[in-house]
Design a protein around this ligand. Structure first.
Ligand code: GDP
Ligand code: MG
Length: 398
């Protein structure tokens, strides 16, 4: 029988990033191998990570592998992706929700174009902590070549500083994923040192319990005699029976303004308190059935103000990925899928003027109506029933 997941350690989401062939997948496999010795992970071989099943994410297909492991102090979900395009799409939508990242740089090759691009993306989508794995250290490990590794390390620190990561303070650990995978004691210790650096350098995010409560509404039900129930997954915060909340979004104009949570359930089981990540049904006192619908959010009163203008970093899908075959330009008016809702928006590309399929661009968007927005919020852009872009809010303009 399956045993329930028991939360005994704080949970974080991390992932590998970096240039193709620098050893991201090998390192991911090596981490599980090293931790499997103490039963803190199940070893996941290279092939199982590299041939990860495709995931459909807001209509966009992304190849992404999830592995899970524990250190002494934390539980981690770790993502690894095979291709550069997968990174771009996953990071831009904020789908990975990374609390920290392991930047894998081959000590043999140094910084390459995708190394720099992933650091830029990480900055843009709000990944605040990066730990560097200077990989393939086994292959450069003799007297003279250490000088070259030192130079690569310097170069990586400069790149990180250039993107506001405080490169001098970032842990840079020389590792060999390949040798650790083979069981070599010295390089096994290097993976342990890397995990120590992640444990200590990447702080616990303050989401979950501390943030103001927010639930994107997926469904609305009426329970005769009791009132209106909304369902969905809690995006952030904690909610308790008796809490005052408000309903926000398009035409969410209930004159009473706020209401009270009078019932709380998860999968049919009553609960007194629910938190981020939980799938819940909330019974809302006195709320008319037509005052709330899918796409609205239920939130702590005053914690978020709906607005319609924002800037975003957007990846325009290529034709091969099911996107457009022609560029878009200022004046483009697609549909924006934000949380559980969708709304038309006017695109202004500013000086960029034109965005071709496959491009990553900055745009200003004016939505057709107010939506609760915040920096880092991911969304998809669709037209004619297909996804043509994915993006992240970089600034709310009001
Ligand atoms: P990814 O594209 O970043 O996921 O890179 P892979 O993990 O697929 O590795 C690319 C190549 O580099 C493979 O041939 C690996 O065997 C090799 N490789 C990975 N890690 C190391 C390492 O630590 N040392 C050496 N010498 N080779 C490595
Ligand atoms: Mg790989």
């Amino acid at each position: 029988p399956k045993t329930a997941y028991v939360r005994t350690k704080p949970h974080l989401n991390i992932g590998t990033m970096g240039h193709v062939d620098h050893g991201k997948t090998t390192l991911t496999a090596a981490i599980t191998k090293v931790l499997s010795r103490t039963g803190s992970a199940t070893f996941v071989p290279f092939d199982r990570i590299d041939r990860a099943p495709e995931e459909a994410l807001r209509g966009i297909t992304i190849n992404i592998a999830h592995v899970e492991y524990e250190t002494d102090t934390r539980h981690y979900a770790h993502v690894d992706m095979p291709g550069h395009a997968d990174y771009v799409k996953n990071m831009v939508t904020g789908a990975a929700q990374l609390d920290g990242a392991i930047l894998v740089v081959s000590a043999l090759d140094g910084i390459m174009p995708q190394t720099a691009e992933h650091v830029l993306l990480a900055r843009q989508v709000g990944v605040d902590h990066i730990v560097v794995a200077l990989n393939k250290a086994d292959a450069v490990d003799d007297g003279e070549d250490t000088v070259l590794t030192d130079l690569v390390e310097l170069e990586v620190r400069e790149l990180l500083s250039a993107h506001g990561y405080g490169g001098d303070a970032v842990p840079v650990v020389r590792v060999s994923g390949l040798k650790a995978l083979e069981g070599d004691p010295r390089w096994t210790a290097s993976i342990e040192a890397l995990l120590d650096a992640v444990d200590t350098y990447v702080p616990m995010p303050e989401r979950y319990v501390d943030a103001p409560f927010l639930l994107p509404v997926e469904n609305v039900l009426t329970i005769t005699g009791r009132g209106t129930v909304v369902t969905g997954a809690i995006e952030r915060g904690t909610v308790r029976i008796g809490d005052r909340v408000e309903v926000l979004g398009a035409a969410a104009s209930w004159k009473e303004g706020s209401t009270v949570v009078t019932g709380l359930e998860t999968f049919g089981k009553p609960m007194a308190e629910a938190q981020a990540g939980d799938n819940v049904a909330l019974l809302l006192r006195g709320l008319p059935r037509d005052a709330v619908r899918r796409g609205h959010v239920v939130a702590t009163p005053g914690s978020t103000t709906p607005t319609r203008r924002f800037t975003a970093q957007v990846y325009v899908l290529s034709a091969r990925e099911g996107g457009r075959t022609t560029p878009v330009s200022t004046g483009y008016r697609p549909q924006f899928y934000i949380r559980t809702g969708d709304v038309v928006g006017d695109v202004d590309l500013g000086e960029t003027a034109v965005a071709r399929p496959g491009d990553t661009v900055t745009m200003t968007v004016e939505l057709g109506h107010d939506v609760p927005l915040e920096q880092g919020l991911g969304f998809a852009i669709r037209e004619g029933g297909r996804t043509v872009g994915s993006g992240t809010v970089t600034e709310v303009l009001g």
